[in-house]
Design a protein around this ligand. Structure first.
Ligand SMILES: Nc1ncnc2c1ncn2[C@@H]1O[C@H](COP(=O)(O)OP(=O)(O)O)[C@@H](O)[C@H]1O
Ligand SMILES: [Mg+2]
Length: 257
């Protein structure tokens, strides 16, 4: 079993008006074998949390820690974090013109494993991974994310997830912009990944709808840069019924006090 532990994490970004505090003391522990959903309104800092775990240079860590089995990951470079077993699917995946999906996946796999995958089995693995997310195998020759539809981007991320097979997956709004068929394909992929056992998932979303397909063990409500509440799957049902209103109000009272 492995443990990803976020403790009292404070993160800010540098803007033209100066430092802007975004995360204000996030505490969260994810163990392999668990699926955690982070739910919260727009602008609450969910993507900032994902980027901070992944090591995006724009986000300044001003306090707290993120460790994987007790090892500090915040001092690691982005590629070291991937080798340590972390995977991030971004809310807005970047385009990489001139780099094919096939090359990208092979390079990533080689970097993470420390050796190139065997060509014959690898091509088969890639084709199967694409097929599982209902992407045609010609898709492997396209430039990464260039001209991909919203659904293709997300399905490609799930193919990556399955091929790289990390210990922990942080999935930021993997459900946004998906129609019902794509949502099912993406959810099935996440469920296959977590169903292997000994894998941890941090699923970030602001809709409850994906949680009809992916059953979280824990739900965390994220508001104004911190975890405002947590519970089991029933908390997602409560959010679906009542929204984030009461949490947003409570957070506003704390801020104005
Ligand atoms: N690079 C950045 N520069 C300036 N402000 C940012 C940056 N990244 C995030 N923010 C601000 O931080 C807040 C949280 O953003 P984000 O983490 O994207 O929230 P969420 O993913 O929950 O919608 C927002 O007010 C957003 O405008
Ligand atoms: Mg976001």
């Amino acid at each position: 079993m492995a443990t990803l532990e976020i403790k009292d994490l404070h993160v800010s970004v540098t803007t033209e008006e100066g430092e802007k505090k975004i995360l204000k003391g996030v505490d969260l522990t994810v163990k392999t074998g668990e699926v955690h959903a982070i739910m919260g309104p727009n602008g609450s800092g969910k993507s900032t949390l994902a980027y901070s775990i992944a090591g995006h240079p724009k986000y300044n860590i001003t306090g707290g820690s993120v460790t994987l089995d007790g090892v500090d990951i915040l001092s690691m470079k982005v590629d070291e974090r991937a080798r340590a077993g972390l995977f991030l699917a971004m809310q807005y995946p970047v385009e990489v013109p001139g780099v094919s999906v096939a090359n990208f996946l092979r390079t990533a796999k080689t970097a993470i494993d420390g050796e190139a995958p065997k060509l014959r089995t690898w091509v088969k693995d890639v084709n199967e991974a694409l097929e599982r997310v209902t992407l045609d195998k010609d898709f492997a020759q396209r430039s990464v994310n260039e001209g991909f539809s919203g659904g293709e981007k997300k399905r490609h991320e799930i193919a990556q997830l399955e091929l790289l097979n990390p210990k922990f997956a942080v999935l930021d709004e993997t459900d946004s912009g998906l129609d019902i068929d794509a949502l099912r394909v993406v959810s099935d992929g996440v469920n296959r990944f977590s169903g292997q056992g000994d894998r941890g998932v941090l699923l970030i979303t602001h809709y409850t709808r994906i949680l009809r397909y992916i059953k979280p063990d824990y739900v965390h409500v994220f508001v104004a840069g911190r975890v405002a509440d947590q519970g089991g799957p029933e908390l997602a049902d409560e959010l679906e019924a009542n929204g984030y209103d009461k949490y947003v109000k409570a957070a506003a009272e704390v801020t104005s006090a």
